[in-house]
Write a protein that binds this ligand. Structure first.
Ligand code: MIC
Ligand code: MG
Length: 301
């Protein structure tokens, strides 16, 4: 039976241990619960839930429209089907510091292993777009303190993201990150760094675990895992990669279907029925009811 076998507490512990190990943790962003399971099957260390993807799957832009309860409900569907720790994007905390505090508890209850909180204003945008505005350093410190104070499981990871590089420059971004760590952040996500030297500068300045955001079509280079390991980074984040890949395949498929009037030429590119069932652990459900297995797959599945 493909139930999960681990508890949220155990997964938070595993994330902490992974970060302390000095090894690079690779975190692709899940599109849905099913892709979270695929991420686990393919041997990755952790799953990410991207604010951009959570919004886009509702066909909304990533400008702070989604609510914390909406996101927590979706997150719980994901944590229910994976044994990997799941890190979630908490955007700006969904309001004032008191909202950030409530968000922490909602996310703990959703079985998540940690979240990142950013220093943009509530009318946020993707960190790789121009025209971002930030709250003051003190306001962000209040946000972090509220989150830390609300946490019930000390292993729930509170990561501070700073968007300051693109707005105030590298030195200011590093100074902000230091203040966020002093306020209790366990890890740092320096957003929209523009080159390897900037990644290195953050590593030199901070002792806490660091996340590298490898989002495509953004401001940062798509550094390899080898490069990130030698830079001493702890997390390689691929937030929107699977969503973009899936959408690319869906659009190609729609074009072909419209042009050819049949999906025949697309079939070799599809995941087969048997693979789909394998990932779902279909056969294992027969432990509960043998009648479920009473079928044969069509040929060429
Ligand atoms: C990491 C991120 O916050 C996300 O929501 O996935 C985005 C990614 C993106 O829009 O490419 C961000 O970097 O702001
Ligand atoms: Mg985001």
């Amino acid at each position: 039976m493909p139930h999960t076998r681990t508890t949220p507490t155990g997964r938070r512990r595993a994330l902490r241990e992974g970060l302390a190990s000095g090894r690079l943790l690779r975190m692709p962003g899940a599109v849905n619960p099913y892709t979270a399971r695929l991420i686990q099957e393919h041997g990755f260390e952790a799953v990410y839930l991207s604010g951009a993807v959570l919004a886009a799957e509702l066909c909304l832009p990533d400008i702070g429209l989604t609510t914390s309860t909406e996101i927590a409900a979706r997150a719980q569907q994901v944590t229910r089907v994976t044994d990997l720790p799941v890190l979630i994007d908490a955007d700006t905390g969904f309001g004032a510091p008191v909202n950030a505090a409530r968000t922490v508890q909602l996310f703990e209850d959703a079985g998540l292993a940690g979240m990142h909180l950013e220093d943009q204003t509530a009318t946020k945008r993707c960190g790789h777009l121009d025209g971002k505005t930030l709250v003051t350093r003190d306001e962000m410190v209040q946000r972090i303190r509220a989150a830390v104070g609300a946490r019930r499981d000390d292993d729930f990871l509170l990561m501070a993201r700073t968007d300051a590089r693109a707005v105030e420059g590298l030195d200011a971004a590093i100074e902000r990150a230091k203040a966020y760590v002093d306020a209790g952040a366990d890890a740092v996500f320096p957003e929209a760094l523009t080159g390897e030297a900037e990644f290195e500068a953050f590593r030199k300045a901070l002792d806490v675990p660091l996340l590298a955001n490898l989002t495509e079509f953004g401001k940062s280079p798509l550094l390899t895992t080898t490069a990130l390991e030698s830079l001493g980074y702890n997390i390689a984040l691929y937030p929107v990669t699977l969503f973009r890949l899936a959408n690319g395949a869906v659009e190609d498929g729609l074009r072909t279907l419209a042009a050819e009037g049949t999906q025949e030429s697309l079939v070799p590119r599809m995941q087969t029925r048997s693979r789909l069932y394998e990932v779902l652990g279909y056969a294992d459900y027969t432990a509960y009811d043998n009648a479920l297995a009473d079928f044969t797959l069509p040929p060429g599945d």
